[in-house]
Design a binder for this molecule. Structure first.
Ligand code: SAH
Ligand code: SF4
Length: 393
């Protein structure tokens, strides 16, 4: 708003040009642009074509290697160029509304994005890694019956800037942008892994997810190996092969049921692409090998999908696919229609899977005290709206 007024005033009263120029949310952001788009943007503000490649590389490194938030800090650019960039563009991140820290060290960020919408990202520190769980949409078009996000309609897709912005916000918060001359190797990084397992179905926001992950993997920037990034899908079959080819990260499939009957209720997209079709897409996934296995996620719901027969069917279904099975104890949320399977049931299920030769780690629920575990995310504005008594009737 202020910026629109300022722009109008500037056109009418040239003496105001002396005022310091500040980035505003109304200016287009350079974050989230592909390298080609960044180059085009630079040329559009007068950077000569012969310099564009070099400038693009310099700015890329400032943005993604050093995490600067101010064009003024880009010391290898001329003062004029820095000023032009500050007038024309911005490099801000989503605003942190709250950062809740669990007693187990998990950090849940509530972020405000353009339009006043809110999304959540969760950082999970472990001994050998630190994983950021990233959202791809505000809400979700799908309605998986055990998932809190699934009770919220899709508000909108996130832009590539907002997806990559979640990584940048987390690195800001962890104080992890390296000083000049390089930083710690990936192994020692606090933020070493990314999972696209926050709010939303990543394959229904394909282009933005692809562009954001390319940025996260770029060797002259955030530089995370593609093996440290996992994209989780509920089973958007026609886009699975394309994800392998164009994004190339590790793949996780939210299976959760071994028969069409059960999966139809838990993951309703199954009515469109059923279990057999999904398993075929997994068999055809480019890059599939013993060192690059597909992870099958399986939420443990009391008396719904957790019998010995289910475990045996699961093993049969994935026969021949290089796979890991990730058993996720159901994480409850207010009003959820399911209960978590008992620990003895989860153990018995895991035992059958293990005996068939598959690793089946049980995912320890993290950040439970702050509702940060898998499937508990939902935009706080939406929660608040629903909770207002006048709207409950
Ligand atoms: N939309 C994508 C990614 C986000 S969900 C997908 O569905 O794959 C990440 C994982 O958490 C999915 O396997 C999802 O099924 C699971 N999940 C959702 N709600 C859950 C809950 N309440 N408890 C445990 N896992 C849940
Ligand atoms: Fe959407 Fe995934 Fe939740 Fe299903 S489990 S509603 S696809 S976020």
């Amino acid at each position: 708003m202020t910026a629109n007024l300022a722009a109008k005033d500037l056109a009418l009263t040239p003496d105001l040009l002396a005022l310091p120029r500040q980035s505003t949310a109304e200016q287009p952001t350079l974050i989230g642009k592909t390298r080609e788009e960044l180059r085009t943007a630079l040329m559009s503000v007068g950077v000569p074509e012969r310099q564009a490649k070099m400038r693009e590389r310099q700015i890329w490194a400032w943005l993604y290697q050093r995490g600067v938030q101010d064009f003024g800090a880009m010391s290898n650019l001329s003062k004029d160029l820095r000023e032009t960039l500050a007038e024309q563009f911005q490099i801000g991140r989503p605003e942190i509304v709250t950062c809740q820290v669990s007693k187990d060290g998990t950090r849940k960020y509530l972020l405000r994005i353009e339009g006043g919408h809110e999304v959540e990202a969760v950082y999970i520190p472990e001994e050998d890694r630190g994983t950021l769980c990233v959202s791809s949409q505000v809400g979700c078009t799908l309605t998986c019956s055990f998932c809190h996000t699934g009770t919220q309609n899709l508000v909108r897709n996130l832009t590539a800037a907002e997806i990559v912005g979640q990584i940048m916000v987390c690195r800001d918060d962890l104080g992890e942008w390296p000083e000049e001359g390089g930083g710690p190797s990936t192994n020692k990084r606090q933020l070493s892994n990314i999972v696209l397992m926050g709010m939303g179905e990543p394959l229904y926001n394909f282009d933005a997810v692809r562009d954001a992950m390319k940025i996260a993997m770029d060797g002259e920037g955030i530089s995370l190996s593609r093996r440290r990034i996992t994209l989780s899908t509920s089973g958007v079959v026609p886009l699975i092969a394309r994800a392998g080819e164009e994004i190339g990260t590790m793949l996780a499939i939210s299976l959760h049921g071994t028969t069409d009957g059960v999966r139809d209720t838990l993951v309703p997209i199954n009515k469109k692409w059923n279990v057999d079709t999904l398993m075929q897409a997994c068999r055809d996934y480019p890059k599939l090998s013993n060192s690059e296995r597909i992870t099958f996620e399986y939420v443990m719901l009391d008396n719904i999908n957790d019998s010995d027969a289910d475990a045996r069917r699961l093993v049969k279904l994935i026969e021949g696919i290089p796979a890991k099975i990730n058993l996720i104890p159901f994480n409850p949320w207010p009003g959820a229609p399911y209960k978590r399977s008992s620990w003895s049931r989860i153990e018995a299920f895991a035992e059958i899977v293990n005996r068939a030769g598959y690793a089946s780690p049980v995912r320890t629920p993290r950040g439970q005290d702050i509702m940060a575990a898998c499937g508990q995310l939902k935009s706080a504005t939406e929660r608040a709206r629903k909770a207002r008594p006048s709207e409950l009737s």
